[in-house]
Design a protein around this ligand. Sequence first.
Ligand SMILES: Cc1cc2nc3c(=O)[nH]c(=O)nc-3n(C[C@H](O)[C@H](O)[C@H](O)COP(=O)(O)OP(=O)(O)OC[C@H]3O[C@@H](n4cnc5c(N)ncnc54)[C@H](O)[C@@H]3O)c2cc1C
Length: 551
Amino acid sequence: MVGLDKETRQMVLETIREYGRKHLPHAKLIELDSKNEFPVDIMKDLYDPNQVACNLIMIPTKYGGLGGNSYDIYRACEELARIDLGVCTSVFATFLGMDPIFVGGTEAQKEKWIKKIAESSCYVAYGATEAAAGSDLLHLKTKAERVMDGDKIVGYTLNGGKMWITNGGVAGVYTILARAPKGVSWFVIEKGTKGLSSDKHEDKHGIRLSDTTPVNLQDVFVPAENLIGEVEGKGLRQAQAVFGYTRLMVAAMALGAGWKAIEYAVRYSQQRKVGGQPLNTKQGFTHKLIVPFAARLEACRAYVEEVAHRIDGGEDGLQTEGAIAKMLASETGDAACNSAIQAFGGNGYVREFPVEKLKRDIKITCIYEGTTEILQLTTFRERWQANINAEGKFYDAIADEMTALNAKDPGVGAGAAATALRALSAALKACYEEKLTSNQIAHLKLGELMAFAETAAAFCRAAAKPELPESASFGRDAWRAMSRIHAAHTASWIASEGLELVAGCTAADASGLADTLDFKAVARAQKAAVADMDLVALELVRVFKEEEIAG
Ligand SMILES: Cc1cc2nc3c(=O)[nH]c(=O)nc-3n(C[C@H](O)[C@H](O)[C@H](O)COP(=O)(O)OP(=O)(O)OC[C@H]3O[C@@H](n4cnc5c(N)ncnc54)[C@H](O)[C@@H]3O)c2cc1C
């Protein structure tokens, strides 16, 4: 998909940025947060086609939208999340709510509903989760019973209840997943339909201004033409089909909030003096609390961009890639925000300073659109099978690619990435031979290690390109240093965690794996990692100059 041209994209991003600067300073956001209130006027501006028009970014031009592709939407989601994750979640939910129609709808349904959503600038709600069916949608209970006129199905009566629905109390259009006689299916329901109601806005830990409510369906009549795709039983496949793309967007949101926290911490560290010196001059402070998260978030960005370009190039599926991107970006963003609180000391723990709210907000990215654990399981299952299909050489093949890249360009950490990938391959082999995957913890841990390995490879590929990507905020030397830092850490993390996992899962002697894992190569991969961190710490200060932080 072609998407926006660079100039239009920059204009859209600058419009979002400018709106945030003018209307959503921290004082306003913390006020909305404490009131637990959906900001009607602000959201109206953001959806207004003559102002920010966020909702139109993902809608194709033929339905009245701007025609953005995955890359454009990733950039917009990150930009919105830098302002506020709650605001971003409300916009994202409108994208998400339209997805079942995009993926499974007939052309007539797209023409009707997507055009209507674009023209009316309404919010959309995506209703999948129920009280007893979140990660496990197979057990959803909302029922859609056929309404017949003779032999003809004229509609469905929906009964049930949805939980945690973003925009649940404010949406103009709902896409609802329900169990029809031939299987789980999506239905489009308009606001005001008899029997459709929402309960009160939840009192949440974070993203408090984002409207989240239960949605009730009591004898709701839905005409047959509102069954998405007009065939029953395709709902779960339609939901699955968009995970590659939707999870990439949540990864982008975690990049936005995680980087915002790092930016605040870097600016604050220049203003706060300890023993007469600014905090940013303390190497222990920067190298513990800031630089590792900066490097890992940039690795996630490289991965997000690689996958976005693949989706825009027409590749289908990529659900595993979406899972990897979301899992590592959300966990890293969450850790970055936590670390930013530590970097602010006592000031980090109070609401006047912005990192406290960022930390509460970002946690949701580890929960919705697939929890971290579910994504680790998804990644493990698919890559485990791919590795078996490749006769145990799936990650060795990427390691070979990294070795070749390192020969051409030794400055991006591709040698360390190759070491990491070979260590992962050795850990997988040990798990296979010793039949250790009867332990579910092995699935989760291997899923996590796969995400580290694949992001390290993606970062090396991106950093070896002659030009920096359009999204880059840093100089080339620092960006390449970040790639080396991530690759070096990934090599030692996979070797040590892989060994701990294998040894811990068996009563047998697992010391053979210690011989197979090349710890000498792991040690070589760490060479000058601290000097790289010195370089990155200086670059962060150059980019994020000292600034008075609200407080
Ligand atoms: C603010 C907010 C907004 C949301 N917006 C929407 C929305 O717009 N639309 C919508 O449909 N949903 C929405 N959700 C729901 C969200 O997607 C679910 O909460 C999420 O998928 C997790 O489901 P659950 O809450 O039922 O947790 P559970 O599935 O009960 O999981 C609980 C814990 O168990 C773990 N777990 C689950 N299964 C396994 C397993 N097999 N093995 C090991 N561990 C496991 C999970 O990782 C988690 O740690 C929202 C939720 C929140 C909080």
